[in-house]
Design a binder for this molecule. Sequence first.
Ligand SMILES: Cc1cc2nc3c(=O)[nH]c(=O)nc-3n(C[C@H](O)[C@H](O)[C@H](O)COP(=O)(O)OP(=O)(O)OC[C@H]3O[C@@H](n4cnc5c(N)ncnc54)[C@H](O)[C@@H]3O)c2cc1C
Length: 378
Amino acid sequence: MPLNVIVVGAGLGGLGAAIALSRQGHNITITDDHRKNLNVYDEWVLTHRVDLHNALRSIAAKDIDGRKIDVRLSSPVISVVSRVRSIFSGTVTDQVGSKDAEKGEVMLGDGSKYVGDLVVGADGVHRQSHSVRAIMGENRAIINTGQSCFRFLIPVEKMRDNPLTQSLLERIGLNGVHVFTTLDRRLIVYPCRDKRLLNCAGIYPPSSAEEIGGDASWHNAGSVSQLVNTFRGFGEDLLEMCGMAEDVKLWSLASRDPAPTFVKGKLALIGDAAHPMLPHQGQGAAQAFEDAAALAGVLTTNITPEQLSHRLDMYNKIRYSHAVTVMMMSRTNDERRAEMLHELHRYVPSAELPKDMFAFAWISDPVREAAQLVASES
Ligand SMILES: Cc1cc2nc3c(=O)[nH]c(=O)nc-3n(C[C@H](O)[C@H](O)[C@H](O)COP(=O)(O)OP(=O)(O)OC[C@H]3O[C@@H](n4cnc5c(N)ncnc54)[C@H](O)[C@@H]3O)c2cc1C
């Protein structure tokens, strides 16, 4: 039976889930508070993040087996309810067992409501997540990590025009990720868009309130002079490179502890709403896509209403411990990951410290796991 699914948030995770669920035959409505376009921020995984987001948008805009994904922009969600509740005799009663209780509900800023068989909470980390609130029953505090991050672009042509940066380019090449570190700051550099653009991230501990970037969106601008000054302890060629930076963004790296579960009633959390990912392992977008793939994998085309709750439990089983482990391991750089084990055990008591994060992240196959769990259902 096709499900009516409401996806809150049209970032990488929300669009990924909408496409994957639509391909399973379900009917999708996405709400996002952005007004015009969906280029919400700049992020690359050896791919220009905007190119990736645009590719998802164009897939989401096409018919999928005759169905259209209904994308509603300028539609800020102000509350998410995982079970519809009603007021009876002056008290709020959870109507479990009634027909209405089988619905998930999303309320928009203009007072309109969407009610569906399932709500996918993909509203990210930047503001208070209404999806997380629906799971926790209260807001989950946003944590200031004490780290800020510059993101910037440099056209490779520009690098070639300057002897210092040309020689840096010859040294590092255009085939992989390079990390330059001092004791407390790191510059990460990698090529994207057919090697025509360098994507760079500079992570550092801000020393004063003025240096701290805003965390309310992916759009906060930073300045080239601020960037060069922050990384003045690095080599001359790297500083010359920083001086060429374009489209400089500065973010205070915000996080939030994960909810104790990714599912409740008719609500499933995905992406940064479920596991706000810091950039140290480069896994945020990847884990959001794995969530989307796992969710679509358990919500098969022929699902019956009676199976939904059990299938959502399967999704939680496939994703929770893996994604929360990656999340905790992403809170600091690779050399200091062991320090995160204690924190990880608060959420995944049986977790072990991954020996090699690359192997741990890449071995995951949520589509296969979903197919196996669904097949084992009696
Ligand atoms: C500095 C930095 C570097 C990173 N590097 C990498 C990397 O190398 N590799 C990698 O894989 N990941 C990386 N990430 C992480 C990655 O970008 C995110 O984890 C990923 O984009 C999460 O996707 P999402 O869809 O969950 O959230 P988002 O992309 O943030 O989307 C959330 C969406 O929800 C919408 N929204 C929010 N509130 C509401 C509301 N109330 N109503 C309606 N809509 C709402 C927003 O407008 C937005 O469109 C990095 C992150 C940072 C900060």
